[in-house]
Design a protein around this ligand. Structure first.
Ligand code: PLP
Length: 218
C-alpha cells in the first residue's frame, strides 16, 4: 500500500515540488518500504523518535524535523537534521544558533508561520517574520531557507486557500525585501488533505503522512 500511495503522489506532484514523507508514529519497516521506492526525504516531529530513526536507518536519508522543539532537546535533533522546519520562537532560534556555534555547524531552518484560525497553533505572525528577517545577522549559524505553515484544519476549501494565499504572499514579500538571503527559497505547505491546493499556491515542498502510511500507529 505504501508503494502504491507513493507512486500515485509522485505521478501527480509537479516536478519542482519536493515530497517529504511524514513518518512520525510509523515503524522502521514502513520507512524502509518507502525508501525502497526511492523516497529519501522523511519528516519526524518527536525528538527521541527522530534521533533513533536517524541513527538506525540508512544514512542517505534526508531528515526533516517538523515538530515542536524544546531547547533542551536540541542534541537529539540538530546532529541529524538536514533542516528544522518548525522554528516557532525567537528563543528557539537563539538556542539553535548557539548550538551551531558550539558544534561548528550551520543549521538550515524554516520559520513556522502562524496562519489559519486555530488558537493553539505555533508560529510567528507575518509581521514578526518580517521583523526577524531584518536581524538575520544576529544568527550566523542559522541558514534561513524559507517558511513553513499549516492551513486551518477544516473542510472549507476557501478557508484553506486564504491561509495558503497569506503565507505565499508573505514568502514573496520576504524574498522581495531580502535578496541578500541566499537560498531563502523554500515554501513548505500542504499535508495529506490539502497538498493539491498548496501546489496551486507555489509551494516548493509538501509534507505528507497519512496519505502515504495510513493512520499513525502508536
Ligand atoms: C503530522 C504532520 C504532517 C503530516 O500530516 P498528514 O495529515 O498525516 O499528512 C505535516 N506537517 C506537520 C508539521 C505535521 O506535524
Amino acid at each position: 500500500m505504501i508503494a502504491f500511495n507513493l507512486e500515485s503522489i509522485y505521478k501527480e506532484l509537479p516536478s519542482g515540488v519536493k515530497l517529504v514523507a511524514v513518518s512520525k508514529f510509523h515503524p522502521f519497516e514502513a520507512i524502509l518500504e518507502a525508501y525502497s521506492e526511492g523516497q529519501r526525504a522523511f519528516g519526524e516531529s518527536r525528538p527521541q523518535e527522530f534521533a533513533s530513526k536517524a541513527v538506525q536507518l540508512p544514512q542517505d536519508i534526508e531528515w526533516h524535523f517538523i515538530g515542536h522543539l524544546q531547547t533542551n532537546k536540541l542534541k537529539l535533533v540538530l546532529p541529524y537534521a538536514s533542516i528544522v522546519e518548525s522554528i516557532d520562537t525567537e528563543h528557539l532560534l537563539e538556542a539553535v544558533n548557539a548550538w551551531g556555534l558550539k558544534n561548528d555547524k550551520v543549521i538550515p531552518v524554516l520559520l513556522e508561520v502562524h496562519i489559519g484560525a486555530e488558537e493553539t497553533k505555533q508560529g510567528f505572525t507575518p509581521s514578526e517574520v518580517l521583523e526577524l528577517l531584518k536581524r538575520t545577522g544576529e544568527f550566523p549559524f542559522i541558514r534561513f531557507r524559507g517558511l513553513m505553515g499549516m492551513a486551518s484544519h477544516t473542510d472549507n476549501e476557501q478557508a484553506i486557500r486564504e491561509d495558503f494565499a497569506c503565507i505565499k504572499s508573505l514568502f514573496d514579500e520576504c524574498r522581495r525585501q531580502h535578496p541578500e538571503l541566499e537560498g531563502f527559497d523554500q515554501l513548505s505547505i500542504g499535508m495529506s488533505d490539502d497538498w493539491r491546493i498548496a501546489v496551486d499556491y507555489g509551494c516548493t515542498e509538501v509534507r505528507i503522512g497519512t496519505a502515504i502510511f495510513g493512520n499513525r500507529q502508536y
